[in-house]
Design a protein around this ligand. Structure first.
Ligand SMILES: C[S@@+](CC[C@H](N)C(=O)[O-])C[C@H]1O[C@@H](n2cnc3c(N)ncnc32)[C@H](O)[C@@H]1O
Length: 225
């Protein structure tokens, strides 16, 4: 039997946990189909011709950040990728509650979604509290790898911003080292508060509020050169 390309190492844990609540389950049938990204390669601006910018949030968890940003910025199309189905269902609830239509969702691996996007199409990319995989032997499961940085460089426009935040010190060091090693990105911090304090436009996430990490959140903002 012919072998396909190797599957990327899985960066996420469970794709379902507890049963999805009835209202959210209904939204998976009634609302999600109108919001899913197309199956093959696509131009995001073709989905929202009036949008001034396109942003992507990777691993949106419960979707509170994604929906709130979409409500704040109706001029932006926000793409979101999340393989955890309870998270997708929760995001649909926030999207409906806030009445936002400028979002498109991929209920799966963000790396597949990024592969379907044209080069230089994104203005912002968010990676907020990614799975930390703190054990050394699991570090290969972290989202931020050299290949991920190359993929991000391809889809981001020159001058676009990538926001990464973690409350695990080793993951912050790991990410900073890898981005500093990439000629495609520059770290924008000028003073310690730039990485110590949440940016003014941040919307707190559910994972962030659990404070499960081993340090205060470290905010890293990179510019695509
Ligand atoms: C620790 S949670 C944080 C969720 C959310 N950002 C928050 O702050 O509440 C990390 C999330 O990233 C998702 N994730 C992990 N790998 C992913 C990938 N390759 N593509 C998209 N999402 C991913 C996981 O399913 C999980 O929901």
């Amino acid at each position: 039997m012919a072998e396909g390309p190797p599957r990327p190492i899985r960066t996420f844990g469970r794709v379902t946990a507890r049963p999805i609540k009835p209202r959210q389950a209904a939204l998976m049938t009634s609302l999600l189909p109108s919001l899913v990204t197309p199956p093959g390669p696509f131009d995001p601006l073709a989905l929202a011709p009036g949008a001034g910018e396109v942003w992507l949030e990777i691993g949106f968890g419960g979707g509170e950040h994604l929906a709130a940003q979409a409500a704040r910025r109706s001029d932006v199309l926000i793409l979101g990728a999340e393989p955890f189905l309870n998270g997708v269902a929760s995001a649909l609830r926030h999207i409906q509650d806030l009445g936002v239509g400028n979002v498109r969702l991929h209920a799966g691996d963000a790396r597949a979604l990024m592969g379907a996007l044209p080069a230089s199409c994104l203005d912002r990319l968010f990676v907020l509290f990614p799975d930390p995989w703190p054990k050394r032997r699991h570090a290969k499961r972290r989202l931020v790898q050299t290949e991920f940085i190359q993929d991000a460089a391809r889809v981001l426009k020159s001058g676009a911003r990538l926001r990464f935040v973690t409350d695990w010190a080793d993951y912050a060091d790991w990410t900073l080292a890898r981005f500093l090693g990439s000629p495609a990105f520059a770290w924008t911090a000028r003073a310690a508060d730039d990485w110590r304090r949440a940016p003014a436009d941040h919307v707190p996430t559910r994972y962030e509020q659990k404070r499960l990490g081993d340090c205060a959140p470290v905010w890293l903002e990179f510019e695509r050169l």
